[in-house]
Design a binder for this molecule. Structure first.
Ligand code: FE
Ligand code: MN
Length: 465
């Protein structure tokens, strides 16, 4: 196609190229803390960043924000250190504390200039998180591998995430009924072309400015040879995790390690990082055990494990070729923990499709797959939900018959979990193209069903009375 000049507009300029933009919420380290992270052109030396916030018709608060950035020297290789480098601007995080459960707050991002004037963002709002164990309607969306795409269909450097806009739009459409989002790795596929982080945070702004947007790390955020990542490939394009751990806040002890626990009412989420070693004896294994074992299941019955690569089960041809139907050393290292601590659901991305197993342990269905489970916990249901946007081209399923593989979809989609109360959970898989439900199941059970023993999941007992 030959471009042809038909008209010339006036010069287009920004009103304020440094303006605060793209607020993204994340759960803080305690249940009553919300963190707000955003991007601006103001270094701390130029202006003081803060958030003005409060409940409707109540006094407003001002909370300070921290400022971070990184430079080219923090990148591990090319293109992030070379042609892909672009200064990320300044990343600010404010910590809004002592929030009231379920209360609705509005907020504005601000920067105070030395002359006393304030630069403001527009007004946003969010709902504070419930107290852990609180009985109320709680709805969480989970997916991996979304990326970004051009809304106007224009050309993009690496057009690899064709489903991403559909997923984003379906979530925005349902935002009134979504309390939290978990994006388990392969966030934006910038792969060392740093301006794409701004493109991504812009695309998800309607979601992330309204509900906590919790992320995990994937190969496209972290992997780089000789830098301590578990895999020595070039998938991060030289970023080696730095943009991901700076652009997004996570309530992790060490944001570079990227594993953390977060509670949302009746849910406990344990978010692991497959790009660091998870095997017994490692720091991460200790974290996983601690996260799974420290939850009071009477209060938080719904226990969820998440990681980017498939540590459980996937019947895609890629893992079939490996001969493992999982990431090597995955379930061998962790399945006893999942079983012992009665993990309800384990979610993965990396494979760009959707798949749900039966309740499975040691590659055997412990119970028949179903659309309705009731009574005592039998084994974890494993779910691959890596079809949120990135190309599905290399994620075909095997044609062999796999006993534990219950439902497969070779398309773009995401999962929504709804906890109605302590006894009733709804799982829905929705396609990104229409937002309709294509796979679902419910779990109905009481506390005594969690306490009840099944294979390998009860403590030793004494004969004394
Ligand atoms: Fe991916
Ligand atoms: Mn991946």
């Amino acid at each position: 196609m030959k471009p042809k000049l038909i008209a010339v507009s006036n010069m287009v300029t920004f009103v304020n190229p440094k303006a605060p933009v793209y607020p993204r919420l994340a759960q803080g380290k305690s249940w009553n803390e919300m963190t707000i992270t955003w991007t601006s052109g103001y270094d701390i030396k130029e202006a003081v960043p803060f958030v003005e916030w409060g409940e409707k018709d109540r006094p407003r608060f001002l909370s300070p924000a921290g400022t971070l950035t990184f430079d080219k020297n923090s990148m591990c290789g090319a293109p992030a250190r070379t042609v892909g480098w672009r200064h990320p601007g300044y990343i600010h995080t404010s910590f809004l504390k002592e929030l009231w459960p379920d209360s609705k707050y509005t907020y504005m991002l601000g920067h105070r200039l030395p002359n006393g004037t304030n630069i403001w963002s527009k007004l946003y709002s969010f709902k504070a998180s419930p107290y852990p164990g609180q009985d109320s309607l709680q709805q969480v969306v989970i997916f991996g591998d979304m990326g970004k795409a051009e809304a106007d269909g224009s050309n993009e450097f690496n057009d690899f995430q064709p489903g991403s806009l559909n997923t984003t739009n379906q979530i925005i459409r349902d935002l009134e009924n979504i309390d939290m989002v978990v994006h388990i790795g392969d966030i934006c596929y910038a792969n060392g072309y740093l301006s794409q982080w701004d493109q991504f945070t812009s695309q998800i702004e309607p979601i992330a400015s309204t509900a906590p947007y919790m992320i995990g790390s994937g190969n496209h955020e972290r992997d780089w040879p000789g830098t301590g990542s578990f895999y020595g490939n070039l998938d991060s394009g030289g970023e080696c995790g730095v943009p991901a751990q700076t652009v997004f806040y996570t309530p992790a002890e060490n944001r570079a390690k990227f594993w953390y626990a977060t509670d949302y009412g009746m849910f406990r989420f344990c978010i692991a990082n497959t790009e660091e070693d998870w095997r017994p004896g490692t720091e991460q294994y200790k974290f996983i055990e601690q996260c799974l074992s420290s939850v009071d299941r009477q209060k938080q019955p719904w226990l969820i494990f998440l990681a980017h690569r498939v540590l459980g089960y996937s019947s895609c041809t890629y893992y079939e070729t490996e001969g493992t139907f999982e990431e090597p050393m995955g379930r061998e290292a962790l399945q006893e923990l999942w079983q012992k601590h009665k993990v309800d659901l384990a979610f993965y991305g990396h494979v760009h499709n959707y798949e749900r197993t039966c309740p499975v342990y040691q590659s055997q269905c412990v119970a028949d797959a179903s659309d309705h489970y009731s009574g005592p916990f039998k084994a974890t249901t494993h779910v691959v939900v890596g079809g949120a946007g990135a190309s599905i081209a290399d994620s075909e399923f095997t044609t062999s018959n796999i006993q534990w593989s219950h439902f497969r979809d070779f398309d773009f989609g995401f999962v929504k979990l709804t906890a109605f109360n302590h006894s009733s959970l709804l799982f829905e898989y929705k396609k990104s193209r229409d937002g309709n439900v294509y796979d679902h199941f419910t779990i109905s059970r009481d506390y005594r069903d969690i306490l009840a023993c099944s294979i390998d999941n009860c403590s030793r007992t004494t004969l004394a009375t």
